[in-house]
Ligand binder design. Structure first.
Ligand code: 13P
Length: 340
């Protein structure tokens, strides 16, 4: 059976479904485990993620794919099944984070460049052999006085495009993620201007690098006020400005856009997604690729304790279902209340 990248990309963003970002590096998952006083051992990391991947209700009906970390893509459960096979048996697609993190950008104080291109062709071939059919690369763009520079936007877009071209060569759908951070006190219009510049630069580089858009999924930030902004925009404004920016910059050939949550609360991330899908006529499917906004509730419920697995799975199923409804514009706040 030949696997077409277009079909994989379409499946990743199918209505009613979205992506579980479970690709925290060991350093990042340690921070999450510290917050619940759980030990960050390899076994605990595996047990936690296996617990999510074995939530059959959520995985079969709400999750199209899971982004894994290098450690996880190689792990097996106690009964000898790989976590990749657990995901596949639920009908979801395994994916892999392949960047090696954001480092200081030379000559640009306060700005970052994402690394990981050296040896990437060989690593992608190995991940394909391990079952991964899509990948993720995240660029980090911070907003502060005088930044981001065009240099930072261009360097990061160039790296994203080189990564995406290598993915398609290896039979892997690239998720391209230019994340404009919501840290800081900037207002929504500043976020809109920076997001527009970042996306325009990205699609320019994707074109130069001969990346096939029909085989690519975009993972952007929403256009949103900075966390410390004194007057934060409400749901309708976030939805309107996000859609307006995406329509300006993202070709209709892209099958789908899967947002990151980026530090929004669980409910905010769901409400924003639902408002966009309910209120606008769109050329692409809009869905979620959330890390924190899908995992915060199950992580709290679990607390590193095996006796809490059922409660944690219930919390995960609930968030997944709320976001699944949001992909169809069918979420409302009372659905949260009735489940609580
Ligand atoms: P958040 O949804 O927690 O922002 O994570 C998504 C992700 O994969 C960031 O790279």
């Amino acid at each position: 059976m030949t696997e077409r990248l277009e079909d994989i990309a379409q499946a990743m963003v199918a209505p009613g479904k979205g992506i579980l970002a479970a690709d925290e590096s060991t350093g990042t998952i340690k921070k999450r485990f510290d917050s619940i006083n759980a030990d960050c051992t390899e076994a605990n990391r595996r047990d936690y993620r296996e617990m999510l991947f074995r939530c059959n209700d959520a995985m079969e009906s709400c999750i199209s794919g899971v982004i894994l970390y290098d450690e996880t893509v190689r792990q097996k459960s106690d009964d000898g099944v790989t976590l990749v096979d657990i995901i596949k048996s639920a009908g979801a697609i395994p994916g892999i984070k392949v960047d090696t993190g954001a480092k200081d950008l030379a000559g640009a104080p306060g700005e970052k460049i994402t690394e990981g291109l050296d040896g990437l062709r060989e690593r992608l071939n190995e991940y394909h052999g391990l079952g991964a059919r899509f990948a993720k690369w995240r660029a980090v763009i911070d907003i502060a006085e005088g930044i981001p520079s065009d240099y930072c936007l261009r360097a990061n877009a160039h790296a994203l495009a080189r990564y995406a071209a290598l993915c398609q060569e290896a039979g892997i759908v690239p998720i391209v993620e230019p994340e404009v951070l919501m840290d800081g006190g900037h207002d929504i219009d500043r976020c809109m201007a920076v997001t527009e510049a970042a996306l325009n630069t990205l699609f320019d580089e994707l074109y130069l690098h001969r990346v096939v858009l029909e085989q690519t999924v975009l993972k952007p930030n929403m256009v949103i006020s900075g966390k410390k902004c004194a007057t934060r925009a409400g749901v309708d404004e976030v939805a309107e400005k996000t859609v307006r920016t995406l329509k300006r910059c993202v070709p209709a050939a892209i099958p789908g856009i899967a947002f990151l949550s980026g530090g929004q609360s669980d409910e905010e991330a769901t409400a924003h997604l639902s408002a966009m899908n309910a209120g606008y006529d769109l050329p692409w499917n809009l869905t979620f690729s959330y890390g924190r906004a899908l995992q915060a509730a199950p992580l709290q419920a679990w607390c590193g304790n095996a006796s809490n697995v059922t409660a944690a799975q219930t919390a995960f199923c609930h968030r997944a279902r709320m976001n699944s409804l949001a992909t169809k514009g069918e979420w409302s706040a009372d659905l949260e209340q009735s489940a609580a």
